[in-house]
Design a protein around this ligand. Structure first.
Ligand SMILES: [Zn+2]
Length: 150
């Protein structure tokens, strides 16, 4: 498989779709989130009416039905809420074994991500982590979490 093939998945003959890591940028509501990540910033959508965090991003607040929202710089700090390590790869872009983190941000929303430089043996529920950014290529930047500085 050529390197270029690693970023597409073929579902039916002749039809390709972007790699799963790119799907988020295809949803209009989450575009500001991914644009911020590309600038190495973590921003969250918040309801301008009641202050409820909207994650994943959406066009209407589930608490007060307001459609007025704002994008707010997040602290980038949180705690590991859970994690899973996969022994097999579902796609060449994910080198097994790889670990997926569930991080609860200080602001409250929980994000799914990957660890950056954290050994599997160091992972624990409640571990303090902070966001880092990885430029995969010119079009894609991912956010990951490393152990927070003491
Ligand atoms: Zn609201």
């Amino acid at each position: 498989m050529a390197d270029d093939d690693a970023m597409t998945v073929t579902y039916t003959p002749g039809e390709t779709v972007p790699h799963p890591a790119l799907w988020g940028v295809l949803y209009r509501s989450s575009t500001p989130f991914w644009e911020a990540v590309k600038e190495h910033e973590l921003k969250l959508q918040r309801c301008a009416g009641c202050g409820h965090w909207l994650f994943p991003p959406r066009p209407m607040c589930p608490q007060c039905q307001s459609q007025e929202t704002e994008w707010v710089q997040a602290s980038g700090r949180g705690k590991v809420a859970s994690w899973a390590t996969y022994p097999e790869s579902p796609h060449p872009a994910f080198v097994a074994p790889y670990t997926v983190l569930l991080v609860e941000l200080e602001e409250g929303p929980r994000l799914v991500s990957n660890p950056a430089g954290i050994d599997a043996g160091q992972l624990a529920v409640g571990l303090d982590v902070e966001v880092v950014f990885e430029d995969v290529d010119d079009d894609l930047t991912l956010f990951k979490f490393r152990e927070a500085a003491a």
